[in-house]
Design a binder for this molecule. Structure first.
Ligand SMILES: [Zn+2]
Length: 398
């Protein structure tokens, strides 16, 4: 970092305001932006209103703002603090939606206790979004001119089909590098596995249960499918690991079949979940499954199965550890904690691969609390996250 940028970083770092981060975070938690999941945008699921709120905050901070719908009533919002174009640009991206709140007592009443802020969306990931605004506030108040542009981006629907980030990946904005503030406990995570799912379907012949010998039982056939895949994880563990992500995995996740106990079932389906390494292609997963299931036809000539289109298809993410944005965050983390810090893999799938901007995941809060009925984020982590993002902005954009 050049000496001028370093000075500006230290000056702004001193001025990080807990009050302003907390005000934004609490206002955000109070807007219930629950994802409608399999349904459409509808009353009570106020992701759109939350997008409008974020748009307005960016606007008030002097950013050039825009928005576009990824689907009816599902906006993406973005703001730019334009640089002189002399350095690569940086995007800070986060999702506007939260998971549902069934069984959660007062999910939208933010409260602060013992250095934590509680409420749905607190760590996943309204804290990250609040920290981004604080970075922009600090730049504005210090009147810092940027050589590279800073873009903030709020996307719809991360918690379901990620239509928001897919839309950004088609139509922009794009940047040279990106940080996604998903709750990583501030670990710097340039890689994560992908998530791939599909249905395996077996078929049979329905007859009355009193004459099972005349029918063909689709559930029994599915049992053979489950068995044929039972050592798939051992095969995956024997393959070359990814340096950060380790091995790919497989689970049988959901099974459905039959209508009545008094009838031989003619249909059964199993949804599987396969976590992909950056080197795994979806076609190879289908080939693995087919290779294991084809032999079942020899023992049972009537055995038929089909593989559906993917029910989930989120690629893995794999940004080189040597990338400037990754190195900047690692350096910031070491400086702020005094602890050694190494790049890690993020456990879940994220918007990163859809954005078409190289992205690293690093944000306040823990996945242990995300999606739980007692979600919280530590105030100290919000402050540290703001300083880490600010450091990256000064490193990369001044
Ligand atoms: Zn999230």
């Amino acid at each position: 970092m050049n000496p001028q940028a370093l000075n500006q970083y230290h000056d702004m770092s001193e001025r990080v305001s807990v009050e302003s981060i907390m005000r934004w975070l609490k206002e955000m938690i109070a807007i219930p932006s629950e994802n409608p999941m399999a349904g459409q945008a509808r009353p009570g699921h106020r992701e759109k209103e939350f997008g409008e709120y974020y748009f307005e905050q960016m606007h008030q901070l002097g950013m050039t703002v825009g928005s576009r719908e990824a689907a009816p009533g599902r906006p993406n919002v973005f703001g730019t603090r334009t640089g002189k174009g002399e350095r690569p640009s940086l995007m800070l991206c986060g999702h506007l939606d939260t998971v549902p709140t069934e069984g959660y007592e007062e999910p939208f009443v933010p409260h602060e206790k013992d250095g934590r802020v509680y409420g749905r969306g607190s760590c996943d990931m309204k804290a990250g979004l609040a920290c981004y605004l604080e970075v922009v506030r600090l730049l504005r108040d210090a009147d810092v001119g940027l050589s590279g542009s800073l873009i903030l981006c709020g996307v719809a629907d991360e918690e379901w089909q990620m239509i928001g980030s897919r839309e950004i990946g088609r139509n922009g904005p794009f940047a040279d590098q990106c940080i996604i503030g998903e709750p990583s406990d501030l670990a710097v995570c340039p890689a994560h596995k992908g998530q791939f799912g599909l249905f395996i379907r077996t078929f049979g012949k329905a007859v009355h249960s009193s004459i099972p010998e005349q029918g063909e039982n689709a559930i029994e056939r599915m049992a053979r499918v489950v068995n044929a895949l039972s050592d798939y994880n051992e095969e995956l563990a024997s393959r070359e690991p990814h340096p950060l992500c380790g091995h790919g995995t497989y689970i049988p996740g959901v099974i459905r079949g039959g209508d009545l106990a008094s009838a031989v079932p003619d249909f059964c389906e199993l949804e599987i979940d396969r976590r992909l390494l950056p080197s795994d292609a979806a076609e190879d997963v289908c080939k693995d499954i087919t290779r294991r299931l084809e032999p079942l036809k020899q023992a049972d000539p009537g055995f038929r199965y089909e593989l559906s289109e993917p029910s989930w298809d989120i690629p893995a993410n794999d940004l080189p550890v040597g990338s400037p944005v990754v190195q900047s965050l690692l350096n910031a983390s070491r400086e702020l904690t005094g602890q050694p810090e190494a790049a890690r893999s993020f456990p879940g799938a994220t918007d990163a691969p859809h954005l078409k901007t190289p992205a690293v995941v690093c944000g306040p809060g823990s996945l242990a609390q995300a999606h739980s009925l007692n979600e919280f984020v530590e105030v100290e982590q919000c402050v540290r996250a703001t300083r880490m993002y600010l450091r990256a902005v000064c490193d990369l954009l001044i």
